[in-house]
Write a protein of this length. Structure first.
Length: 68
């Protein structure tokens, strides 16, 4: 996750990022990395119109519950 202020409030944005990270599971980055590895295969095999539903399933459904 990236939070930026275009250099106008870097201390404030770092504080926000730290507070948000406290609420997230520690291995959530691993799930995001896994999704990154899936992207090429998804692009080749899942029609564009169905991809949003697929990614919603990955990040909200069984894969996330098993991963995180």
């Amino acid at each position: 996750m990236a939070i930026g202020s275009e250099g106008t409030a870097s201390v404030f944005t770092r504080e926000l990022k730290t507070k948000i990270e406290r609420f997230l599971p520690h291995n959530l980055g691993s799930l995001a990395a896994f999704a990154g590895r899936l992207r090429p295969g998804v692009a080749r095999n899942i029609p564009w119109a169905q991809r949003r539903a697929f990614w919603a399933w990955v990040f909200k459904g069984i894969p996330r519950r098993q991963w995180v």
